[in-house]
Design a protein around this ligand. Sequence first.
Ligand SMILES: Nc1ncnc2c1ncn2[C@@H]1O[C@H](COP(=O)(O)O)[C@@H](O)[C@H]1OP(=O)(O)O
Ligand SMILES: [Mg+2]
Ligand SMILES: [Mg+2]
Ligand SMILES: [Mg+2]
Length: 338
Amino acid sequence: MLAFHSVVLYLYEKMTGDSPVAKRRRSDMEGVPLLLKILASSVPVADKSGGLIRDVLEKGDLGVVKKGWNDLQTEADRAAQRCIVASLSKSFPNVTIIGEEETDPNEDIKPDWVETSLDENILKHVSNFPEEWKDVKDEDIVIWVDPLDGTAEYTQGLLDHVTVLIGIAVKGKAVAGVIHQPYYNYKAGPGATLGRTIWGMVGLGAFGYTQKQPPKGKNIITTTRSHSNKVVTDSVDACEPTEVIRVGGAGHKVLLLIEGEVHAYVFASPGCKKWDTCAPEAILTAIGGKLTDIHGSKLQYHKEVQHKNTAGVLATFSVDHQWYLDKIPQSAKDALKP
Ligand SMILES: Nc1ncnc2c1ncn2[C@@H]1O[C@H](COP(=O)(O)O)[C@@H](O)[C@H]1OP(=O)(O)O
Ligand SMILES: [Mg+2]
Ligand SMILES: [Mg+2]
Ligand SMILES: [Mg+2]
């Protein structure tokens, strides 16, 4: 009898593209703010794309394409982008989604790459959801997707530098985001459970990590390891670091900030794009940190904005952001205009 019932449900779903269960879930969703649904959807989507990134490396054929000078794309970047864009556009067809990689919008996506589930723990925040975002509409939102941040490091086996970034901007401001780290814990050896997901929203806070203050009496600065030049290093040096940590990925460097490993992330270069900074900025802002350009101006994330962060990136948490802005040399500020 149960088997017959399951077959009927299966056939119903096949014929209508829907199911009574899915319908019931959607009616339960009435009254849940759109932004919370997007966030609750982005977490399982980021987790799934992290699995695809691990699969590509395990199979060993990275399919590297050179997009430009010092700028690579792999099959993992492409697969993760397809998964994220197909999944979020299925669940939120009227929201603008801008991803780093150019993939064919008409290509067939494997059905099991389309993830439409919602994270129940995130949905619970309907009870303390910030008033400010309750009436946000499809047209107010842009989702910025970096399917694999830290591609250079991925190809070199520096796997904990890799993150998946899904940033949600509202009326041009970074408001919510997900940073998934697919190889978190990989140094624990074979059999260790890999991956973790950090998410946050301005007005709600950030979750999925342990917040720490950076050590007192030091000034540890993180910056690029694979996209450096003289302006980048001069700007780091001008901030009087006691130690410099050169690692890959904008997402990874913001994780170092929020976990108290570093005091500031200084990158006086136009290399980072909106998809690199949107999710990290939202999470950092949600806990009281700051991410600006090197002039101290806020970054913009509306859909017509130029993709490059032409005036660089400065991010801090629990230190005086202005102190670092004042230290950045005038020559760097002259070279990097908004
Ligand atoms: N010159 C550049 N060309 C292309 N991407 C860059 C450049 N500089 C930075 N990025 C992007 O910003 C991220 C942070 O920079 P870095 O790792 O050098 O600190 C990089 O991982 C890369 O993102 P992605 O790996 O997604 O292409
Ligand atoms: Mg790239
Ligand atoms: Mg990136
Ligand atoms: Mg990328």
